[in-house]
Design a protein around this ligand. Structure first.
Ligand code: CO
Length: 492
């Protein structure tokens, strides 16, 4: 039997999960050649929150990071995480912007694109996947794992079959909350291997302490690749550690052969980086916590939540609000809890407790009900939908959400030009997503290595799906990936 291989996530999910995505290119580069020499099947280095963090906090051009890492680690495929039609933001973008982003990214050296959609609506993945394939790159279609009455093994396998038909070269199981159990990991991989003729990758987090064991169960079921990181950017809310995973596989016929001296060298390097990033690390992220199994929500969401409740002077309502989460999920068609839906469900649960159930519905939750994010996994509660339609004067849409968007690339290019910015595709697609940060990056002097980069201007509130608010209402704070957004809420 073929050995299982590992993708290493330390340069993306590792520090996103454990150090608020603050690792700089400078801190990565000494490790890149060592990571490259071990024989990992991939290095996850880009996408997710890293683009935002490069621009907002590190004063770095994310494309320059990718080029530098490609040069320093030329032999191992580099992987990015792409939020389908949302690219690496929260709102939907027109097809031409998604296409330009993927093309610019492929030209800068990206090899593998992990493409996912928060609702598992494959229509939201199509443009990205088609463009990745047209660029001759590898499209890995992701299935977001969650638990609900409609998220059965059969439904996940059905999605895997569809992703294969769409041209994906591999299938990822994306367990962002770290809630997949060994038994489910085993059964899901077994069924996918039976019905999909593609390599299967399992991605989980060790938040509840299940990660490494679920990987082991998946290895027995024939999973092709699992994703690990390097201590101290591993375990807890991050991926299981590589050395730990190798020890679990000791004596197993599928154990891969990775150089443990080199892994030790990497650990020494990353211990120092972790120390440097001490301001952004926390014990809450490092520990294994079964809270997540009790509440079935991502770990990052619970910590955000405690802050939001404190701001709303509702800290004593934590249990009540958390119990409201499944009520909101069910009403909104059992949507998975992943960026950005986790924050929307959390906010709505909070409002249900604060104002009474469904008395006030936040605009992003209205947009989910109206189908503006895509097709929900289960049906939206008809009473809630009717209330939202009445309040907004809008009818639910059933088409692919991006079909409602006009092409936007040339308009963004013009806006960039008016600001005196370069008008190449790379700058234009970044500008489309992070206008103020891109402007600040191009106007800022080169950062001095000794001093921390100046904090760029805060972004304006980002509407979640629909650009214009639909009426007057109260404003509430929605925290997404640690950034605060003011959202308008309306009485229904
Ligand atoms: Co992850």
């Amino acid at each position: 039997m073929k050995p299982v291989t590992f993708n290493n996530t330390v340069l993306r999910d590792g520090h996103q999960s454990l150090a608020a995505t603050r690792m700089s290119t400078e801190q990565m580069l000494p490790a890149a050649p060592i990571l490259d020499s071990i024989g990992f099947s991939g290095l996850e280095t880009w996408g997710g929150a890293t683009i935002d963090s490069c621009l907002r906090y590190l004063n770095e051009n994310p494309f320059d990071r990718l080029r530098a890492l490609k040069k320093a680690a030329p032999n191992t495929p580099q992987i990015m995480l792409l939020r389908g039609q949302n690219i690496v933001q929260y709102a939907s973008f027109p097809d031409d912007v998604v296409e330009a982003f993927v093309r610019a990214n492929a030209a800068a050296g990206q090899d593998v694109f992990r493409v996912f959609d928060a609702l598992n609506d494959t229509r939201n993945l199509k443009t990205a996947i088609d463009t990745v394939l047209a660029c001759g790159k590898h499209a890995r279609g992701e299935i977001c794992y969650t638990t609900s009455p409609v998220h059965t093994i059969d439904a996940f396998v059905h999605m895997g079959v569809e992703l294969e038909k769409m041209g994906c070269q591999s299938i990822g199981i994306k367990d962002m909350s770290g809630i997949i159990t060994p038994k489910v990991a085993h059964d899901l991989v077994t069924e996918l291997k039976k019905r999909v003729g593609l390599p299967i990758v399992l991605h989980t987090h060790d938040t509840a302490g299940l990660g490494a064991t679920s990987y082991l169960a998946a290895v027995y079921a024939g999973v092709d690749v699992v994703e690990t990181s390097i201590v101290p950017f591993a375990n807890g809310t991050g991926q299981p550690d590589t050395v730990r995973m190798l020890a679990l596989l000791d004596g197993h016929p599928r154990k891969p052969d990775y150089d443990t001296d080199k892994l030790q060298e990497l650990r020494v390097h990353f211990e120092e980086v972790y120390r440097q990033l001490g301001k952004f690390t926390s014990h809450a992220n490092e520990r294994v916590d079964s809270d997540i199994l009790t509440f079935q929500v991502p770990g990052g969401m619970l910590s955000n939540f405690r802050n939001q409740l404190a701001e709303q002077k509702m800290a004593d309502k934590f249990d009540e609000v958390v119990r409201e989460i499944p009520v909101v999920r069910e009403a909104l068609g059992w949507i998975p809890l992943v960026t950005p839906t986790s924050q929307i469900v959390g906010t709505q649960a909070m409002m249900n407790v604060k104002f009474g159930r469904w008395k006030v519905i936040c605009q992003p939750a209205q947009d989910i009900a109206l189908g503006k994010y895509g097709k929900t996994p289960g049906p939206v509660n008809p009473e809630i939908l009717a209330a939202v339609e009445k309040q907004t004067g809008q009818k639910a849409v059933t088409c692919r959400p991006a079909d409602l968007l006009e092409p936007g690339l040339e308009n963004y290019r013009k806006q960039a030009e008016e600001k005196g910015l370069p008008t190449d595709d790379e700058t234009t697609v970044l500008f489309a997503m992070f206008p103020q940060q891109v402007e600040a990056l191009h106007k800022a002097p080169e950062p001095e290595p000794e001093k921390p980069a100046p904090a760029p201007v805060a972004a304006p509130p980002e509407p979640a799906a629909s650009p214009e608010p639909t009426g007057k209402g109260q404003s509430m704070v929605l925290t997404i990936d640690g950034q605060r957004h003011h959202v308008l809420v309306e009485k229904v």
